[in-house]
Write a protein that binds this ligand. Structure first.
Ligand code: ATP
Length: 604
């Protein structure tokens, strides 16, 4: 597959629900099976006991024993069934919890392109509607359905023992019903698969709308967006209605089968009693069994359709698990995951002599046939500040993403610290890089958690505030209700400039060999910009810093400049030299300099 970082050690995609259920619960599952058997046996015995009771009444024998057996069978069946159902429900909840944890963990380890293609809402739907359907599978699959099957079979056997002719009449009457139900179940599977996909798409669209809520409100687009979402919801409803129409056939078809069987059995049974082939007590027992047959038949039919729903959900989980996780980002068990050695031990500092990054004729496109980088070639020195400049859409952010190995180039070669990119595992590579993305993304966690993200060694408050001070944010954070422990959620936010400074502070604290900054000063006033420039200078003195820059002040300040134009690198070198020899650069800089002397480098 294209644009991938090598496949990681993802566990098997296949989801064996029963095996998962039994994992660590073998004894409990056996107990559930036993209880269900007891419950089914007692249910099966009940009509026979009633028959015996009738016989005892007819012959004038004592009723006490059979009445006691009847009560014991009735209560025993109910109690055993309830206990089995509770134990199974508890195991099911534990399995769903494991499945949710695995899905979240696997989703976070996915390659960026796969995660985006799948969509956050669609992934979230796995934890909600799909998980509920798996629960269905657990409730029905291991016990309810087999027990319903055993009850039906057992009932038929006892009915056969009572009178095989009446049994043939009963089976004949039900055959047509079973045929219709088989067709319905097949159709339902297809409908449920379509419903699963559409619910995922609906969730995805809703999450995307909520992410864009500010813009939706600013442009008073609530109604338009709601109408689009409503359209999707109606599509889901239509598919669900189609499925419900098919499902609604099941119970009436079985009831009809039972009615036909009842009439046929009453007529046939009456004739056989007159012939002397059948006793009244056996006839009554047979009729009770016939009436009792409907419930397990309905349970089996609706169980099979519930299983179809669960199997569709299982396939949707398997589809996620089949997407390979990035190498080194996936530990199957969170609790036993070892810390990554690259992050824990102090590494050898990258050499100043070796280029931090080298691109050789790199070609890359997000989609086939639409290259975004067209043979990009440049070098980032091992130390100092390198600015990447170019018009909007020329591929600057894409270059940073390729260095981070979020995607793989289609052709060409990328080296980081002298090693081919494909020789780095994504986890090791990223432990050497600090990245501030264009949106200065922060997690909905505390300021502290945002600062120490990915850092394995602890950092005390003094260290954190000194880093915040370097980016001019210490006072702002002290002023927050809980200081470093203030959670940046919907209730407490930061301004655009504060977010940028916090994201930069995180990069400073990471103590990485290579720092990638995507327009870090776009939201800053001149005082904070100057402050940030000093912080970046301190970083660049000991490592390579690559900054995607639009501001002339940042560009003039850089030790090395890479000029990009429509996916290619036009030139690279020092600012002054480029102004003299690269017309595209001179034009770019002149356009931004607003009358300043753009030839002169800016003093620190
Ligand atoms: N996730 C994506 N999927 C498809 N195309 C993309 C994606 N991200 C960027 N592109 C395309 O790649 C090209 C380069 O985008 P990139 O973000 O690298 O440009 P840039 O130079 O950083 O632009 P800007 O200065 O506006 O941030 C653009 O034409 C853009 O449409």
């Amino acid at each position: 597959m294209k644009h991938t970082a090598g496949p990681g050690a993802a566990p098997a995609a296949e989801l064996k629900v029963l095996r998962e259920l039994a994992r660590g619960n073998g004894l409990q599952l056996a107990a559930v099976g036993l209880l269900a058997l007891v419950s089914t046996g007692a249910t099966l015995a009940l009509p026979l006991v009633v028959g015996k009771l009738l016989g005892a009444i007819q012959s004038g024998e004592g009723l006490t024993v059979w009445a006691a057996v009847m009560v014991a069978a009735g209560f025993g069946s109910a109690a055993a069934g309830a206990l089995a159902s509770f134990l199974l429900g508890r195991m099911g909840q534990r399995l769903i919890c494991r499945l949710r944890v695995r899905t979240m963990r696997h989703s976070l380890g996915l390659r960026l392109a796969d995660a985006r293609r799948e969509g956050s809402g669609n992934l979230v739907a796995r934890l909600t509607s799909d998980a509920a359907r798996i629960k269905n599978l657990i409730d029905i699959g291991p016990v309810q359905l087999p027990m319903a099957g055993i009850t039906v079979l057992g009932t038929l056997v006892v009915m056969g023992l009572l009178d095989w002719v009446l049994l043939l009449i009963t089976v004949g009457a039900f055959l047509a019903a079973v045929g219709i139900i088989t067709l319905v179940v097949k159709g339902l599977r297809r409908k449920y698969a379509a419903v699963g996909e559409e619910v995922g798409t609906l969730a995805q669209s809703f999450v995307a709308a909520l992410d864009s809520l500010t813009v939706i409100k600013a442009y008073r687009a609530e109604d338009t967006v709601s109408a689009n979402l409503a359209e999707r919801a109606r599509k889901v409803a239509k598919l669900e209605t189609d499925a419900a129409r098919m499902e609604s056939l099941m119970v009436p078809v079985i009831n009809l089968g039972q009615q036909i069987a009842l009439v046929a059995v009453v007529v046939g049974g009456g004739a056989r009693m007159l012939d002397g082939h059948l006793l009244l007590a056996d006839f009554v027992a047979f009729l009770l069994y016939l009436l009792q047959l409907t419930a397990p038949l309905i349970m089996a039919a609706s169980g099979v359709s519930g299983i179809q729903l669960g199997l569709v959900a299982r396939k949707r989980f398997e589809d996620v698990f089949a997407l390979p996780a990035e190498e080194g980002t996936y530990s199957p068990d969170v609790a036993t995951a070892a810390p990554r050695s690259a992050s824990v031990q102090k590494r050898a500092v990258a050499s100043a002599e070796v280029p931090a990054v080298r691109f050789e004729d790199v070609v890359f496109g997000y989609e086939a046939e639409r290259p975004v980088l067209r043979g990009a070639r440049f070098t980032v020195p091992g130390r100092g500040l390198t600015a990447v400049v170019g018009l909007s859409g020329s591929g600057k952010t894409t270059v940073l993403s390729l260095i981070e190995r979020f995607m793989e180039p289609d052709s060409g070669r990328i080296e980081v610290h002298g090693r081919d990119l494909s020789d780095w595992s994504p986890a090791d590579l990223r432990s050497r890089i600090a990245y501030v993305d264009q949106a200065s993304t922060l997690l909905q966690e505390s300021v502290r958690a945002n600062l120490v993200l990915g850092r394995r060694r602890p950092a005390d408050d003094t260290t954190l505030y000194s880093v915040l001070d370097r980016v001019g944010l210490a006072e702002d954070i002290r002023a927050l209700p809980d200081g470093l422990d203030t959670v940046l959620d919907g209730a407490t936010g930061l301004s655009g400039g504060q977010r940028q400074r916090l994201a930069l502070a995180r990069a400073v604290l990471a103590d990485a060999d290579l720092v990638l900054l995507d327009e870090p000063t776009s939201h800053l006033d001149s005082v904070n910009e100057q402050r940030l420039r000093l912080a970046v200078d301190r970083l660049a003195a000991e490592r390579a810093v690559v900054v995607v820059a639009h501001r002339i002040s940042t560009i003039q300040h850089a030790d090395h400049v890479i000029v990009m134009d429509r996916g290619a690198v036009t030139d690279e070198g020092g600012h002054a030299a480029l102004v003299d020899r690269c017309p595209a650069y001179a034009e770019l800089v002149a356009g931004q300099s607003l009358g300043a002397d753009f030839r002169a480098p800016v003093a620190a």
